[in-house]
Structure formats: C-alpha cells, structure tokens
Design a protein around this ligand. Structure first.
Ligand SMILES: [Fe+2]
Length: 391
C-alpha cells in the first residue's frame, strides 16, 4: 500500500531511449546488429582492462563470422581524456570506418560517443560541451556495457575530461543516444567487488538524482524507484556472490532503469560535484558519488521531502515519523551505512582532497549543467560546503 503519495508531473515531458536488448548472452548479437546497421568497417572501442578478457575475443569472433571488417581502439583511460577522443577519431578516419561498436564501461562508451561526435561534426571534442550543441548525427553506435552503473549505453550524456582545464564536462544531446544497447548481465561476473560497489553506487546516484530532479516525469519516476529498490536489495548480494547471475542481472537491470530515468530527467549536485572532482584529481566516478550522495541529500532534503520519504518507503526504511529533521537524519545515516556495507569506506580527505582545493573545485562544479535540475538551486558557496562536509 502506498503510504507516501507524490504528485505526478503534468507539464509536457518527453522520453528518449535507444533500442535495447537485455539478457544473458545478448552481447553475442553484436555482429548481427552491426550488419543490420550497415556496418562495413567497424571501430571497435574498448580499453586495456577488456583487451585481456575473453569478452573482446568473443565479439571479434562474431564480427569475423559475418565477414565484418574492424579495427580495435583501446587507448582509453578511466575518465576518458579529450586527446584520446581525438586519437580515436583519427583511427576511425584513417581506417575509413562507418560505424562504432563500444565494449566497456562508462569511460569506453563516453569516449566512443566523443569519437562519433567529432567524426561527423569535426572540430575539437571540447567544443561540444553543454546541452544540445551537436548539429549532425553520429555514425551508428552500438554499446555493450561491461559494468552495472554508468548506463551510457542508453543515455543522452557523454562525460569527457578536459585535460588542459582539469575538469570533466558533460555533453548532453539526443544525438549521443546509441542506436542499440546490448545489455548482458553475464559480463558483470568479471567485475571485482570494489568496481561492483562503485558502479552500483553510480547507478543509485542516477536514480536518486533523477527522482528528485526538477525535470522529473511520471515515466522517469517509474524507472528511478524500481532501480532504487533493485539496488538496495541486490547490490550487496552481487558483491558477496559475484557469480550469482540473478543478483548480477538485477543490478544490471537497475543500472538500465536508472539510466533511462536520468537520461530523461537529468541529474543534480552529486554529479556536478563528482565531475569537477573526477577531472581535477582523476578519481573513480562511482566512488566520488558514493561519498557525496549522503551530503547532497542532506543539502536537498528540505526542498523535496515528499520525494525523499517516498524513496525511504521504497528501500524499506522504518517509517521516519512526522518530524522532517529526524527523517532527514535517518535517511542520510542510511546512505552512509549503505556505502560502508558495500565496502566503500573512504571520505574525500582519504582521496587527497583538502580545504586548499575546495574553492577551486566548487568554481568548476557550479558551471556544470547538472546543477540546473537539482531540486535546490545551489550557489558556489553551497557546493564548497558540501565538499567540506564530505572530507
Ligand atoms: Fe554517473
């Protein structure tokens, strides 16, 4: 029985999603979909971590079976860098490719999107920072995610590291939604416990931010709440039993749902703060989010209490009563405990952040477009305070 009623959004809202296929072994459909999309020469984008697994070999076999030509590009770092996008574009052009297949986590898929953007729009990737800055469609793009969190395979977002300015910037456009996502929970079984925790907390942050976003809709609410429920019940299980395909499947599904939610409702301060941090100190995105989420909820709670109480109900917290300040305290404590329970014990101080750099981090974070949909509009000083609280 629904105890916390929330209003639905009745202002005009749209919903964009790619064609996606979900299930065990769907990664092996890569060749068939490349053929369907007119692939002649494929840029197969991946990273060094994947090159050493059987996943890449299998995909190559599928392409070879259908006589599809391809070239592998794997020189991609975590927090993909602007110059890596440009290097990928050069390889795409030199090999006369006509489509892109990405096999990897968020960094790989974001870099693949970046390569697609500059291969048809020209210029430098940093020219496309912001919302709706892309004029021409990318070449066909198929994504096979190998982590359960980023959901770049279904989203309108690409996040690239501007290395000269040392911050990560967002490219937000319908033009970066892939054509097809092949979402296979089996590949998650090769993730270690820490990567599972970080990527799972990224997905949880996506769902939280989409649900309280001021661009929320009835469609995104549905996905966000289901995602929160799936992660709160299955992330620990998938860490403790890495080969439990049911738990892995539920986390992968949660990542997909959170992706559909945030792609269409956008994000908030967890992500604006994490983008600035991740670019400046080259830190894992999911770990930054896990550290920041409780502090951003503390900042936001009073601006969307009924929505946070709905989340509390979904995750099965004991009813917090009528005192909103007590409820906020219980809720942020739940998130701090949940982060610990999945094995993330760090604070920003442990990651090398000091009060010397927080003003600089806040200056960059306040320019991030994710702030625009945060339920409480922040000023730079607010962001600096949140960084300090997360130290
Ligand atoms: Fe994220």
């Amino acid at each position: 029985m629904e105890t916390h009623l929330i209003d639905i959004q009745l202002n005009p809202r749209k919903f964009v999603a790619p064609e996606y296929v979900f299930g065990v072994d769907v990664r092996l459909m890569a060749g068939v979909f490349c053929k369907k999309l007119g692939g002649r020469k494929i840029l197969l984008v991946t990273d060094q971590g994947i090159v050493n697994t059987s996943w890449l070999k299998e995909i190559e076999n599928e392409l070879q079976k259908l006589s599809l030509e391809y070239v592998v590009f794997s020189a991609i770092s975590p927090n993909p860098r602007d110059y890596e996008v440009m290097q990928g574009k050069l390889i795409y052009e030199q090999n006369k490719c006509n489509m892109i297949l990405a096999l990897g986590g968020g960094s790989v898929m974001d870099c693949a999107k970046g390569i697609g953007i500059v291969s048809t729009n020209q210029g430098y990737i940093c020219d496309y920072e912001g919302v709706d800055m892309i004029d021409r469609p990318m070449p066909p793009l198929i994504c096979i995610p190998t982590t359960g969190g980023t959901a770049a395979d279904v989203s309108q977002f690409a996040i690239i590291n501007n290395t000269s300015e040392r911050y990560k910037f967002a490219i937000i456009s319908k033009a970066v939604v892939p054509d097809v996502a092949l979402i296979d929970p089996l590949v998650l079984t090769s993730m270690d416990a820490f990567l599972t925790a970080c990527t799972g907390m990224d997905a949880l942050s996506h769902a939280f931010e989409a649900f309280v976003s001021n661009a929320n809709s009835a469609f995104t609410d549905l996905y966000a709440l289901e995602s929160i429920q799936l992660i709160s019940r299955n992330l620990r299980e998938s860490i403790n039993n890495p080969n439990d395909i049911q738990a892995r499947g539920k986390v992968m599904l949660a990542s997909l749902y959170a992706g559909l939610a945030f792609s269409n409702a956008s994000l908030g301060c967890v992500h604006s703060l994490a983008h600035s941090l991740g670019g400046y100190l080259d830190l894992p995105h999911g770990e930054c989010n896990a550290i920041l989420l409780p502090h951003v909820v503390d900042f936001n709670f009073d601006s969307a209490p009924e929505r946070y109480l709905k989340i509390a109900e979904i995750i099965g917290m004991s009813p917090p009563g009528k005192n909103l300040q007590e409820a906020k305290k219980m809720f942020t404590q739940y998130l701090l405990d949940f982060k610990q329970s999945v094995g993330i014990h760090t604070t920003l101080k442990d990651k090398g952040v000091t009060t010397d750099v927080t003003p600089q981090l806040a200056t960059k974070a306040i320019k991030d477009p994710c702030n625009a949909t945060n339920p409480k509009p922040p000023v730079k000083e607010d962001l600096e305070v949140i960084y300090k609280e997360a130290l």
